[in-house]
Design a protein around this ligand. Sequence first.
Ligand SMILES: Nc1ncnc2c1ncn2[C@@H]1O[C@H](COP(=O)(O)OP(=O)(O)OP(=O)(O)O)[C@@H](O)[C@H]1O
Ligand SMILES: [Mg+2]
Length: 382
Amino acid sequence: MHLVIIGAGEFQKPIIEKANEMGYETHVFAWESGATGKSVAHHFYPISVTEKELILEACKKIKPIGIVTGASDLTNITVQFIAERLGLIGNSRSCIEKTTNKFIMRNALRKAGIRTPEYICVSQGDEIEGKLKSFKFPLIIKPTDRSGSRGVCRVNSISDVEKAVQIALLHSFEKRIIIEDFIEGNEYSCETISYRGKHHLLAVTEKYTTGFPNYIETGHIQPAGLSFELEHRIKETVFSALDALEVENGAAHTELKVNGEGIMIIESGSRMGGDCIGTHLVPLSTGIDYTKLVINVACGIEPVIPENMKGKSAGIRFIFDKNDYDRLALIKREFPHRLGYVYETEETIRKITESGERKGFYIVIDRERMDVAKILAMEQRD
Ligand SMILES: Nc1ncnc2c1ncn2[C@@H]1O[C@H](COP(=O)(O)OP(=O)(O)OP(=O)(O)O)[C@@H](O)[C@H]1O
Ligand SMILES: [Mg+2]
């Protein structure tokens, strides 16, 4: 049986490997450059993941049973396009618009009565100062249609707005940006799987970022260490958001913040969480093979969520600077048995402004989340 996979980067490789293990003949589409997954694919097609029509033509010959991807919005758009054309399981076009464009997403959430920050959408050349009259600083400015914290910036006063707007516009494909209230609080994400509109929560991830001004993710830990009551409230909010965004099939990764006033959705993607959250942390912390479930759903097989699975705690830390390399060296020396996975690039260190520029990562596994946090030396910064 043939399975098509869109994307072949380091974060997609575990999906190709899992599909091979499950007995599928894998057909992988991606640019050659950075395609580390090419070596494990049965068939590799050097076609850019955004070449939807070319991929569709090839897929008509392959006749796959399903089509999947990992954590990228760009590849997710192509997967939806192909799945719809070939009558395969996936999400609707409306869902993909709502889960890859932050403005369309905010509109859908607000329409469904889900709490959202105040927000406006701005295009190149628009007058902004007047539109911000009713807003209170700080604000977040970000492109409507990018990910990986590209062009995301918090601004503390009106004098910072113009520069941040220009940077965000530069990154936006559609040349539109969203300006919204900055939400205080701790940040989490929910990793879910859906099948024919029914959602299952697999894990809540506690998320750490560089904080002001670009909020690049520095690491994640599962489980999030929440009370049963808070986790339940988060789950209800996230499931309502998934309904509002029309997520019906497959993985979703929903980011949110929690503060004294409640829960606020930051954004939701109808795909796995990147940064090894879906492929590594979920299986380590829950014992559930998330990637396998995602492939199953894409092939029309209902996901069976094993009950009472007990995982450990797992955390990932990204390498930004010399301190992170030093910490990794220390972990290798002192806690080698706690180190689950290490990936280092050869690049020299320079200032990092988006997640794609990080230098690698390491995963730590232990029985208790406190121990993982301690070994990774995580700190919450807002
Ligand atoms: N309204 C907001 N209030 C507070 N923080 C925010 C807000 N919007 C974004 N952030 C912070 O900026 C980070 C990146 O924003 P967002 O997730 O919307 O962009 P992204 O480019 O999709 O990033 P990524 O792909 O890393 O998730 C968030 O994880 C969060 O820490
Ligand atoms: Mg995000």
